[in-house]
Design a protein around this ligand. Structure first.
Ligand SMILES: NC(=O)c1ccc[n+]([C@@H]2O[C@H](COP(=O)([O-])OP(=O)(O)OC[C@H]3O[C@@H](n4cnc5c(N)ncnc54)[C@H](OP(=O)(O)O)[C@@H]3O)[C@@H](O)[C@H]2O)c1
Length: 236
């Protein structure tokens, strides 16, 4: 197989697990990360088709500079995984206690950062390309039950909208765009609760499910855009 794959948030958590799945498959991988980790560097030791690039998706010039090499080398990007994300634990509170200005980092990364990456890669999306935007059930308005985490939920709902607009734009070229809730992950973002809970999922298991969905995208009905990593559809 000769496929080009781009992953943001590749240094740890779910992003690192997705990188590892595509290393196993022998794909050319462009791994973007704001702080490059030893774990990510370790993946390159025996694998020369992994290109690691520092990229802060909250910066437009930063994204443009980071993807230039990939855009020059690749005719088509087959899989784009937008996984980078920020969650502020301080914002697990009601509106009166929410620091809106501090929370803007989540809009900047989770929503607008994802859009920056999509914009950078759009010239290379073609027939069979799949964009996987890892948003969250927190971005589902239909399923919303929380009374807290305003800015995170808003950022993920905005990312869902960006994804649907992009899907409408690139559908005619045969590109699919999906939003995926990865489950409650045993990662830094998942927090201590996830590590102890039987309802959480390891990043490796979630990544395996997400990569399978992307590789078998033709099995997902064309009118399904927002799903859990298990494949269960979610309401917008
Ligand atoms: N964890 C959960 O339970 C859960 C649930 C639903 C949805 N999600 C979503 O799933 C995705 C992955 O979550 P995770 O648990 O794997 O998170 P994580 O372990 O906290 O990793 C987040 C990654 O995003 C990177 N990142 C943060 N700001 C960035 C920026 N400005 N530019 C580029 N990269 C940036 C981080 O880099 P640094 O390490 O350098 O900061 C890190 O590699 C996120 O989008 C998250 O919102 C997670």
């Amino acid at each position: 197989m000769d496929r080009a794959v781009a992953v943001t948030g590749a240094g740890r958590g779910l992003g690192l697990s997705v990188v590892r799945r595509h290393v196993e498959r022998g794909d050319r991988i462009y791994a973007y990360e704001v702080n490059i980790t030893d774990d990510l560097r370790g993946c390159t030791r025996e694998y020369e088709k992994l290109h690691i690039c520092r990229c802060d998706i909250s910066s437009t010039p930063g994204v443009e500079a980071a993807v230039a090499d990939m855009l020059a080398k690749e005719e088509q990007i087959h899989f784009l995984y937008n996984i980078a994300g920020v969650f502020r634990f301080e914002d697990r509170c009601g509106l009166a206690d929410t620091d809106i200005d501090a929370g803007m980092v989540m809009m900047q990364v989770n929503a607008v950062g994802l859009l920056r990456m999509c914009k950078a890669v759009i010239p290379k999306l073609g027939a069979g390309s799949v964009v996987v935007n890892v948003t969250s059930e927190s971005g589902s308005i239909g399923d919303c039950y929380r009374e807290v985490e305003y800015m995170y939920g808003m950022s993920k709902a905005a990312a869902n909208m960006a994804s649907m607009l992009l899907q409408n734009e690139v559908k005619k070229r045969g590109t699919r765009v999906i939003c995926v809730h990865p489950g409650w992950l045993r990662t830094v973002m998942g927090g201590e609760g996830a590590a102890a809970s039987p309802y959480s999922v390891s990043p490796d298991e979630s990544a395996a499910n997400i990569v399978k969905i992307a590789e078998e995208i033709d099995k997902l009905p064309e009118n399904v855009y927002f799903i859990e990593h298990t494949g269960k559809p979610l309401p917008w």
